[in-house]
Design a binder for this molecule. Structure first.
Ligand code: F6P
Length: 502
């Protein structure tokens, strides 16, 4: 057996950049100095700097919906004015912070919280609650935090079997307050409270809403003092920094929620002020652009070597693919590049799943490895286990990059499989905020490079519209539905098949 010796590695180790104590190492992208210069020139020509300035200044960068994308204001702990159409939004943002703080102090005797929301109204808080659960030294109220997103009643049944109705609080989270999954699940949970003998007054005190549509929340029956607003200048998938992140404050305390915002704010300041050549979100975006140009990549993987971040790839899938999964640019013209398919899960588990394909499959799939310097629990085994976790992470990146020759083709690793390494000093609320903001700002940079509006999502609407007549057809229980304008022959046959069983 022969294997390529490591000293033949093509990679230069001088390729790290640091911001907010987060280290990005791009060595295994194998981008040389003149290629970097070209990439930064592309970023300049694409007016990335100007786009960043416009975004933070509240310009209507979400042009199709004619509004700003100012999630950065939600974590602007400096409270410096942020103008939306001439009006400073920071007083309203600060008022919500005060109300969250006050609510944390009043939140006593609660055993269960049912957070009802889907997509951007679910992933962020769900990720944060799980990511911070075992942070050494974190103070936790230890409530059962249930996240109810799916219209499938299996999730509802699982949650209601565990929750204690008399000491449950319900938070209905929906920017639009019209999302069917959320409103139907909310009605089901209210019915459960009623059927469990809770009085009208008890139920009113138990129900909370987080929304940009206050009239709809009131119509639903939520008391005004229990409604926490956010605004149309915050995209759903960018909303965890608003009261959508309430579970973080309620479970871990307002100080922890503020730390989460502070970490993101620090990354925003870096993104806004650092030159392109030192700007972490920009550099990460450029590595992807480079791989799209060079290796025609259609997918990339994100592998956090942190079990607590197992939800991170799911959060990122919405962020990247809902933001940038588009075929036309801001001018309606076909794009050359857009979001690749994003997938991933926690390492080292992922190694025992799809890493075979990453090493030896026919596609080149760039990877973001995310590692954490400090162990992520205070178990006595933590140091020894963590060393193994880190060594696996480093070994995978090296194996993918360098490959290995062998006389037997089955055992050849082709190598030259690019990856980034992101190293967080520790996993706590601050650096979780930093990490999420890094990827949000990377998505915005990619939008600028590809000339895509990263802040709308027209592609998710059509299926919702078509579901309505199909639902009616299913409700009819008739097995002789004919094809029509909204239901084609294939779908009509499927409906008839389903209805025939009734
Ligand atoms: O289905 C797409 C979407 O509109 C997402 O963009 C959003 O995060 C999710 O639905 C939930 O929307 P809402 O918060 O309005 O219920």
């Amino acid at each position: 057996m022969s294997s390529r010796p490591l000293q033949n590695s093509d990679y230069s180790p001088n390729s790290t950049h640091t911001a907010v104590d987060v280290v990005l190492d791009t060595a295994y992208q194998n981008i040389n100095a003149s290629e970097w210069a070209e990439l930064f020139a592309t970023a300049s020509q694409s007016k990335v700097k100007e786009f960043i300035a416009d975004m933070f200044a509240g310009k209507h960068v979400n042009q199709s919906e004619d509004r700003p994308a100012l999630h950065s204001a939600l974590r602007n702990l400096s409270k410096s004015p942020v103008l939306v159409d001439g009006q400073d939004v920071m007083p309203a943002v600060s008022e919500v912070w005060q109300r969250i703080d006050a609510l944390c102090n009043k939140w006593v005797g609660v055993t269960d919280v049912i957070h009802i929301g889907i997509g951007g109204s679910d992933f962020g808080p769900r990720l944060a609650i799980e990511a911070l659960a075992h942070v050494p030294g974190i103070e936790s109220r230890g409530m059962r935090m249930h996240f109810l997103a799916n219209i499938d009643t299996a999730e509802l049944a699982r949650i209601l079997a565990r929750a204690q109705p008399n000491s449950t609080r319900v938070i209905i989270v929906s920017k639009s307050f019209t999302t069917l999954e959320t409103t139907m699940n909310a009605k089901a949970v209210v019915a459960w409270l009623q059927n469990s003998g809770c009085t009208k007054g008890q139920i009113a005190r138990s129900l909370f809403a987080v929304t940009a549509n206050i009239p709809a929340a009131k119509d639903f029956g939520i008391e005004e003092e229990n409604i926490y607003p956010f605004w149309d200048w915050v995209g759903g998938r960018y909303s965890v920094w608003s009261a959508v992140g309430l579970p973080i404050a309620l479970q871990y305390g307002f100080k922890t929620f503020q730390d989460f915002l502070a970490g993101a704010h620090a990354m925003d300041l870096h993104f806004k002020n650092a030159p392109l050549e030192e700007n972490l979100p920009v550099i990460m975006a450029l590595t992807l652009l480079y791989q799209q140009e060079k290796n025609k990549v259609k997918a990339y993987a994100v592998i956090p070597y942190a079990d607590a971040l197992d939800w991170f790839p799911k959060w990122l899938q919405q962020l990247d693919m809902e933001s940038n999964g588009k075929s036309v640019d801001r001018d309606g013209k076909p794009v050359k590049h857009s979001s690749p398919i994003v997938f991933g899960s926690a390492g080292s588990n992922a190694q025992h799943s799809y890493f075979q394909l990453l090493h030896q499959g026919t596609e080149i799939i760039p990877i973001d490895f995310i590692a954490v310097r400090e162990p992520m629990s205070d178990r006595p085994e933590a140091v020894a286990h963590h060393r193994i976790l880190l060594s696996n992470c480093l070994a995978q990146a090296q194996a993918l990059a360098n490959g290995k020759d062998d006389a037997n083709p089955n055992n050849v690793y082709p190598g030259k499989r690019p990856s980034n390494l992101l190293l967080l000093p520790e996993l706590n609320a601050f650096y979780l905020g930093t990490l999420l903001a890094l990827y949000e700002n990377r998505a915005a940079t990619l939008g600028a490079l590809w000339n895509i509006n990263s802040f709308d999502q027209p592609g998710v609407e059509y299926g919702k519209v078509l579901a309505k007549p199909i639902e009616q057809a299913l409700a009819s229980n008739q097995a002789d539905i004919a094809a029509s304008d909204n239901i084609d022959a294939v779908t009509a046959a499927r409906i008839n098949f389903l209805n025939a069983k009734n």
